[in-house]
Design a protein around this ligand. Structure first.
Ligand SMILES: Cc1cc2nc3c(=O)[nH]c(=O)nc-3n(C[C@H](O)[C@H](O)[C@H](O)COP(=O)(O)O)c2cc1C
Length: 396
C-alpha cells in the first residue's frame, strides 16, 4: 500500500463565538498518553527533540477533576512554552465527562482533549469501564457527544483512542471508529491490540489498515510497537494510516521524536546517542521532575527522584553498562547520586547493535479481561459503569 501522508489537522468546532483551537502537525506524530510518564517534564524533553508535534499529558480521571481532587488537578500541568496543551480524559459517564470538559475549557486549561476507551485494567473493565465501554455503542456515542458538545463551547477538538476490542470474540474497533466520528471526534487512534492481549503478542497493524479503509472522513492514527523511526514509516506504508502514536518506543528515548521528524521529512538519520549524551538527558530529566513536583506543592524531592528511578532502566536499555550500575540507578535518592553515578560511567559507550528496538515499559500479556456479570445481555442500555469513584488508574 502506498501512502501520501498529509499534515494532521486537529481543530475544534466552535459555538457561541468561541475561538476554535487547533494545530496543524507535520509530520503527523503524536506522543501517546502514558499514565505516570507523560507529564510536563517528560513532554518538555520530547518537545526539545521534536518541536511542533502533539504531546499528550497523562490521563486525567474526569470524575476526580469534576469533584476537585487536588492531586488530579495538579496533574493538569503544562510548561509555559507548551503552545498546544493536550490531555487525555478517562470517563464513562456522559454527564461527568461533559462537566470535566467544561472545567478544562472554562478555565482555559487545554487546547485538545483525547478520550480513553482502551483501558484494560481489571478494576475498570470489571465495572464496565475502560475497554468495556465500546461494547455499549449507545453509551459510547453519548460520552463522545457530551465531550464534543462541551468542547465546542471553547473550540476544543476531541479525539478518541481505543483498542481493537475485548478479545477476538468481542471485536469492536470498526464500530467504535464510526461512532466516534459520527459523534464529532476529529481524529481516532487505534492501539492495535485487544484488551486481552494487553501488551503482547505484537500489535496487529492489519487492523489499522482495516480501520483506515472502513472508516472514512476522519484521520486514523496507528499505534503499537513503533520502536524506531523505520517502524513508523513502515506502519504508514503498510496500513495507509494518517499518522502515528508513539508509546513505549520513546521511554528513555525522547530523541525518537527527532528521528521521526528526520524520517518522515527525508532528512538523514542521526545515529543513536553515545552514553554520555544519554546521561546528560537523564540528569536534565531528574532535575526537571524534582522542580515539577516542587512547583506542584511538594516541599521535598522524594517524589521527583522516585519517579525518576523508573526512567533509568529505560534510558540504559541497550547500553552495555552492567547490572550493578543499573541497580544503583534504580536506587538513587538525590541529584548528587545521579551525578556521581553518571560520572562513574564511560561516556563513549555506544548502543549495542539492534538496541533501539529493545522493548521497554509493559510487555506482559495476554491477560484475563473480566466484564461485569451479565454485561453482554444488556449492551443497548445507557447504564453508566460504576467506575466513577476511581481516582487513579493506568493504561490504554
Ligand atoms: C506506562 C504506560 C502507561 C499508559 N497509560 C495510558 C493511558 O493513560 N491512556 C492510554 O490511552 N494509554 C495508555 N497506555 C498505552 C499507550 O498509550 C499505547 O497505546 C501502548 O503503549 C501501545 O503503544 P506502544 O506499543 O507504542 O507502546 C500506557 C502505556 C504504558 C506503557
Amino acid at each position: 500500500m502506498t501512502s501520501t501522508l498529509k499534515p494532521l489537522v486537529l481543530r475544534g468546532a466552535a459555538t457561541h463565538g468561541a475561538p476554535s483551537r487547533g494545530i496543524e502537525v507535520w509530520p503527523p506524530v503524536v506522543l501517546a498518553p502514558m499514565a505516570g510518564v507523560t507529564n510536563a517534564p517528560f513532554r518538555s524533553l520530547c518537545r526539545n527533540f521534536g518541536p511542533g508535534l502533539v504531546y499528550v499529558n497523562e490521563m486525567i480521571m474526569a470524575a476526580a477533576l469534576v469533584y476537585g481532587n487536588p492531586r488530579t488537578r495538579s496533574m493538569v500541568s503544562f510548561a509555559p512554552d507548551e503552545t498546544f496543551r493536550s490531555l487525555q480524559l478517562y470517563g464513562s459517564d456522559p454527564v461527568i465527562v461533559e462537566q470535566a470538559v467544561e472545567v478544562l475549557g472554562s478555565e482555559n486549561l487545554v487546547d485538545h482533549i483525547d478520550l480513553n476507551f482502551g483501558c484494560p485494567a481489571a478494576k475498570v473493565t470489571r465495572k464496565g469501564g475502560g475497554a468495556a465501554v465500546p461494547l455499549k455503542k449507545n453509551l459510547l456515542a453519548e460520552i463522545v457527544r457530551a465531550a464534543v458538545r462541551a468542547g465546542s463551547r471553547y473550540g476544543i477538538p476531541i479525539t478518541c483512542k481505543f483498542r481493537m476490542g475485548i478479545n477476538d470474540d468481542l471485536i469492536t474497533y470498526i464500530d467504535t471508529g464510526k461512532i466516534c466520528r459520527d459523534a464529532g471526534a476529529v481524529m481516532i487512534a487505534l492501539h492495535a491490540r485487544t484488551a486481552q492481549q494487553h501488551y503482547a503478542p505484537s500489535a496487529r497493524w492489519e487492523a489499522i489498515a482495516t480501520l483506515k479503509q472502513q472508516v472514512e472522513g476522519i484521520p486514523v492514527l496507528g499505534n503499537g510497537d513503533i520502536w524506531c523511526a523505520d517502524d513508523a514509516l513502515r506502519m504508514v506504508a503498510e496500513t495507509g494510516c494518517d499518522g502515528v502514536v508513539i508509546g513505549r518506543g520513546c521511554l528513555g528515548k525522547p530523541w525518537l521524536f527527532r528521528d521521526l521528524i528526520d524520517g518522515f521529512t527525508g532528512r538523514p538519520r542521526q545515529s543513536a546517542p553515545l552514553l554520555g549524551a544519554v546521561l546528560a538527558v537523564m540528569l536534565t530529566h531528574a532535575e526537571s521532575l524534582m522542580q515539577h513536583h516542587r512547583d506542584n506543592g511538594r516541599n521535598d524531592d522524594t517524589k521527583g527522584i522516585r519517579e525518576f528511578r523508573k526512567h533509568c532502566g529505560w534510558y540504559l536499555t541497550g547500553y552495555p553498562v552492567g547490572p550493578e550500575a543499573r541497580r544503583a540507578f534504580s536506587e538513587v535518592s538525590t541529584l548528587d547520586d545521579v551525578r556521581n553515578l553518571a560520572a562513574s560511567l564511560d561516556p563513549s559507550l555506544a548502543l549495542v547493535e539492534g538496541g533501539e528496538r529493545l522493548a521497554r515499559g509493559h510487555t506482559n500479556g495476554p491477560i484475563n479481561v473480566v466484564l461485569p456479570h451479565g454485561y453482554l445481555d444488556h449492551l443497548d442500555d445507557l447504564e453508566v459503569p460504576a467506575d466513577a469513584l476511581l481516582t487513579t488508574m493506568s493504561g490504554g
